[in-house]
Structure formats: C-alpha cells, structure tokens
Design a protein. Structure first.
Length: 419
C-alpha cells in the first residue's frame, strides 16, 4: 500500500491531462505521484528519468506504446504515456492492496492453499508482459500487489530484453518470489524448495536452472501450473481466474489522501481472511534483527546443506549514490551516535561507519520494498561495540530515514543528508 505525502515545492502539479495530488514515497529509482483523471479515478504517474536525446525519447514512447498492449491479466495496466519538459512519464493503474512483501513480513509464509493461486497469478502477469514483447526487469515480492481480485504484477519496466533484463531472468525471479512466499525469506539453498507443495516444487525447481535456455518460457510455465483447468477461454484468462484464491479480503479501497503517513494500514492490519485462517501457523520473522550496541545475539542456525541458488543481492540504485551522514537515536539504553554511509550507485556493497563507537561495516542490498531499501549489515571492525543486522533506508531526495531493526521495537533511527 502506498505512502502518500504532500507535493514538494518543486514538484509538477499536472502532467498531460492528469492532476497530481501527492507524492508516493514508495519507490527508489523514480519519481512517482498519485494522480487523478478527469473522471476522478486514481492513477499513478511515474517519471522514470530524463530522456538523454531524441532517440532515447522515441524509444521510450515506442516501448510505452507496446506496454499499453499488454493483456489485462494480473498486471497493473499502463493507461497513458508521453514526454513533458523532456521528462518521459507513464500513467499506470492504481491497484489498492498490500504487497506480497508486506503480507509475508507481517504474517509469515503463505499456506499452500494461497501459494498455488499466487504462483499462477504471478506467472500470468509475467506471461502477459512477455506476450507484448517486453520484460519486467525487476520482479520481486514488492512488485506483487494482492488486490481484491487477486495478485497483480506492478511497476514493470518498458524495456525489451537488453543485457540482464530477459524473459529467462523474469522466470528465475518468479521462482525466487514463489520460494520467498513459501519460506518467508529469500531462497538460499536447494533445501528451501522443501517448503513448497509437492505439485508446485518441480515447476519452481525448473525455473532455478542455472542455464537460462533450460528455464521454461512463461506460457509453458503457466500451462503446467494450470494442468487440468478449463482453458477454453484462453490461457491468460484462466490464469487470472485461478489466481483469485490469493485475493486480499481487505475492506473497500479508499483513495489515500496526501499527507497521510500511513494510509496503508487498511491492507496490512485490516482483516485478511485467508491469513487469519492460518494465523496459528505464522512464524515471526525476527532472526536478523539486532541491537546496534550490546552483546552479540545467539547465532542463527546455519543453512541446511544443498546446492547454492543464485544470489539475490541487488545493485545499489544510482539515485541514492553518494555519502550520507547524520545522527541516530536509540532508547534502552539511551544513546545518540553519528553515522556515515557510502553508497556507490550500481555496486553491490556500500559501507557504514559509527565514528563515535569505532565501528565500520559493509552493507549489502537485500531487497527494495516500495521506498524502503533493506540492507544486511556486517560489522568489519569494532565488533566489541557494534553488531550487524538489518538496516532500512527510506530515501527522499537528498534526505533519507535510517532505521536499524532490533527485537521488541525501539528501533534506533534518524535522518541522514547527502553530502
């Protein structure tokens, strides 16, 4: 669910025929705004970045036009696109509901009765995108919104297969997302596949093949997942129907108002019936939450032996590249310390320093959920004073909120500014 804040002084007020009503602070890598059409329908307006030249502008417009032809099955539709003041923009459907990342973080792994339709819905969305000749390019748990009619794949790129953005990469990402939904954590070894239902495990295992050409195409994957289903109305339509078993049962959607800091609580804390039915099986995800200062917690159990799966570490977004510094505060015990981050855009690791405590560490980006970048912190010097754990950064222009997670709440937090 998006977090919407008021427009900043330098933000545009209109784009094309759409009126911008608030800034959506849930995306690292693009300026995204809540907008309204003339009929009052809420949509999202995204500005991926400035066009470098006329050729880049023409390519963007052509790709966006192709994206508007994506079949409307389990995806957030692209409704409009254009270029204004040399800035390309996309108008996309606003899907109200929690993301898969939010649901799993709050309630734990999904039960098989929900996991199966979720897997089919995600595969349907990817197959719809591939059918238009495009790829997602960044499929992850925070790119799946559990709407009232089933899962929707959102925030896909308008990029054809270039470099690492390929159909085969999307299929690998699908396998990682399904395994995450079944285990509550990114896949680390072959043993993680044991959490999958027997009828789903072979399909996911095939998609983890290290050889891209050996992974199934999206339509073949979806056909296998829908074995025995009525396909007379079309494969994608059947996938969308089957996915409705993973729909959110939240109250009727309400358009978030600008300035609301937490308008998303309806989807995250409201009644989600299929989650409640399995609440007795929920396992809290707190293994990687530690204190900034104090003794090291007991070591987590070592992963079960097995063949390593592809690493899930992500490159640091270039939009947050630079040196950041500020002061963070914690209670129990009361402590205020300065912190300095170095985040090299495009690289897979950054550094963190607590100068007052004599600690330094390495940051590895593990996930991006809306506007939050989640890093794993490993302390490399000063281990007697500091411990590693999970750091979350919420960037907003040249400022970002820093939060270090620890059990029981009271997370040390503060605001950093970019040098």
């Amino acid at each position: 669910m998006p977090t919407v804040t008021p427009l900043l002084p330098g933000d545009p007020r209109r784009v094309g025929r759409y009126r911008l009503t608030g800034r959506v602070d849930d995306f690292a890598g693009a300026d995204v705004f809540l907008a309204q059409r003339v009929d009052g329908l809420a949509v999202l307006a995204a500005f991926p970045g400035a066009a470098d030249d006329a050729a880049a502008t023409d390519r963007f417009v052509a790709e966006a036009r192709a994206a508007r032809n994506i079949p409307p099955y389990c995806v957030a539709r692209i409704l409009d696109a254009g270029v204004e003041a040399n800035r390309p923009y996309l108008i996309t459907e606003f899907v109200d509901g929690p993301t898969l990342a939010e649901v799993v973080r709050t309630w734990g792994p999904l039960p098989p009765a929900v996991l199966r339709p979720l897997a089919a819905g995600c595969a349907t969305g990817i197959a719809s995108i591939h059918r238009a000749g495009l790829v997602h390019g960044g499929f992850a748990p925070d790119r799946v919104v559990l709407g009232r009619d089933g899962p929707r794949v959102v925030h896909f790129s308008t990029t054809p297969p270039y470099g690492t953005a390929t159909p085969a990469a999307d299929i690998l990402a699908w396998a990682r997302v399904v395994t995450f939904a079944a285990t509550g954590r990114p896949p680390a070894s072959e043993a993680d596949l044991d959490a999958l239902p027997d009828d789903l495990r072979p399909a996911v295992a095939d998609c983890f093949s290290p050889e891209p050409l050996a992974r199934p195409q999206a339509r073949a994957l979806l056909t296998g997942l829908l074995a025995g289903a009525d396909l007379s109305g079309g494969l994608l339509a059947a996938g969308a129907r089957h996915s409705q078993g993973a729909a959110s049962r939240a109250p009727a959607p309400v358009t978030p108002a600008p300035g609301d800091q937490r308008p998303a609580r309806r989807g995250r804390a409201g009644p989600v019936l299929w989650v409640t039915a399995f609440a007795a099986c929920v396992v809290a995800i707190a293994a990687a939450v530690f204190f900034i200062a104090g003794r090291h917690p007991a070591n987590a159990p070592a992963p079960q032996p097995g063949r390593s799966l592809p690493r899930a570490d992500l490159p640091i977004p270039r939009q947050v590249s630079g040196t950041w510094s500020g002061t963070i505060h914690q209670t129990n015990p009361s402590l205020s310390v300065s912190v300095r981050l170095a985040l090299p855009g495009g690289r897979r690791h950054g550094t963190l320093a607590y100068p007052q405590l004599g600690c330094t560490g390495q940051l590895a980006l593990a996930a991006t959920t809306h506007s939050v970048l989640t890093f794993r912190l490993a302390i490399t010097s000063g281990r007697s004073n500091c411990v590693g754990g999970v750091v979350r950064l919420a960037p907003h222009g040249n400022r970002m909120t820093f939060t270090f997670l620890r059990p029981g709440g009271g997370n040390p937090a503060g605001t950093l500014t970019r040098s």
